[in-house]
Design a protein. Structure first.
Length: 440
């Protein structure tokens, strides 16, 4: 009987170990909450002082503190680490708020992030400055970018669209009020189109006008026609549409001047024009020409785009440009336009120069991270802005049909704008593919 009990105990232990191993890979959130969090919290608590000392993140105490330690506590005066103000667990990791002592700055902690990651046994450590003298260590217990699952509270609101998940477990949001214009780069099969679908899916639920420019005959954006106020499918119609947008921009500036305000959002809601988001699928197509006679029209279109990039933010017109490459090699005006596109999202690229085009002028240290994106992880990208802050992100998987279904569901939000009537897309019937006459 004892032998049977022993076998049952061994079997139960083996099943428990197998269940934990299964949960670690199939249900990482459950495994982290049950096993990873207690282990990591304990390791952090017991090894924090020695880890910070070994990593060179300690400073000599103040004169008063040294005096009290030496004469009252009768202990040896040792360097002190940053003071732990708060430890907060999350579903993906651990958040630790530190108060920096005099002599340390956030850059010192950030430079040791990789060493802290190994010391505390977590997947990643990101350092964020929360306020002067305070930083937050965002520890991630597992790779949250393996299977992206957006939090339920991540819903579009105002002009903020949750698009992806950062590697520290927070949501990457596209905020058009803070970052009005953006550039998205990526090679074929890198996930660039997936990013655009998630963006359109979120924008479709907001009271904004969507303007599409897809010079590939509309193969990408025509399926979103029910939610688009305008769609240009070739270079000529794109040039005319951009001219119409510039004219609208000037009219809106006249309206702001009439009411003595400098920004669209200072107008009363009943007088405020609807915000517009211009989605350019392949921006390079607006720059490339086949013959010299097309260059004047190209230069005019590009300069109009540059004008939109420079001034349209104040009147609620925002640019969202996508492409495989974008730099001075495209021709006149490319660099001037790129300088206006504050937000940058760069997926896997085919060469380092493309990564430098997207991030080299705002976050040079992020270029190395872009070149390390693997081909078997589509949707992974590096997002940055003019502040110099950047992070790895990944968009959740969504099919074109899912994005198109959302556009049909919220088609009633499409604003009727008279100046865009000539460019309003019409729903078209997609012919079914003929069945193969040959046996498989």
């Amino acid at each position: 009987m004892a032998d049977i009990t022993t076998w049952f105990e061994l079997g139960g232990a083996a099943a428990g170990a197998g269940g934990l191993r299964y949960a670690k890979y199939r249900a990482p959130r459950v495994y982290w909450s049950a096993v990873g969090l207690p282990v990591t919290w304990g390791r952090f608590t017991w090894t924090y002082p020695s880890t910070m000392d070994v990593c060179g993140l300690t400073v000599q105490p103040s004169g008063f503190r040294a005096f009290m330690t030496r004469n009252v506590a009768r202990r040896e005066v040792r360097p002190v680490p940053p003071k732990v103000r708060r430890v907060r667990p999350t579903s993906t990791g651990l958040r630790v708020t530190l108060r920096l002592p005099a002599g340390l700055e956030p850059a010192d902690i950030a430079a040791s992030a990789e060493r802290l990651r190994h010391a505390f046994g977590v997947h990643s450590v990101t350092v964020m400055e929360t306020k002067p003298g305070h930083v937050e260590l965002r520890m991630t217990g597992y790779d949250v970018l393996t299977r992206v699952k957006m939090p339920r509270k991540a819903i579009p609101r105002d002009l903020i669209v949750p698009v992806a998940l950062r590697e520290d477990g927070t949501v990457f949001e596209r905020d058009y009020r803070k970052v009005p214009h953006a550039l998205t780069l990526g090679a074929n099969q890198s996930g660039k189109s997936m990013y655009q679908r998630n963006l359109i899916k979120g924008l479709a639920k907001l009271p904004v006008g969507l303007v599409g420019i897809d010079c590939k005959r509309g193969v990408e954006q025509s399926r979103y026609a029910p939610r688009l106020s305008a769609l240009a499918t070739d270079r000529d119609s794109a040039g005319q549409l951009i001219d119409a947008l510039v004219t609208e921009m000037e009219d809106r500036f006249d309206q702001l001047a009439l009411y003595g305000v400098s920004d669209l959002w200072e107008l009363p809601e009943e007088l405020r024009p609807v915000p517009l988001v211009v989605l350019i699928d392949e921006v390079a197509e607006l720059f490339l020409v086949m013959s010299k006679k097309d260059e004047p029209a190209r230069d005019h279109t590009v300069m109009q785009l540059v004008r939109l990039g420079q001034m349209a933010r104040a009147v609620g017109i925002y640019l969202e440009a996508c492409g495989q490459r974008f730099g001075s090699d495209l021709g006149k005006g490319a660099t001037a336009l790129r300088a206006q596109l504050t937000g940058r999202v760069v997926h896997r690229v085919n060469d380092k120069q493309t990564a430098e085009m997207g991030l080299g002028d705002i976050a040079p240290d992020a270029v190395v991270s872009v070149t390390g994106i693997r081909a078997d992880r589509p949707g992974v990208a590096v997002a940055g802005d003019a502040s110099g802050y950047w992070s790895r992100i990944r968009t959740p998987e969504i099919t074109p049909d899912q994005a198109a279904a959302v556009c049909r569901e919220f088609a009633h939000l499409t604003p009727e704008l008279p100046f865009l009537v000539p460019f309003r897309p019409t729903a078209r019937t997609v012919p079914k593919l003929a069945a193969s006459l040959t046996a498989p």
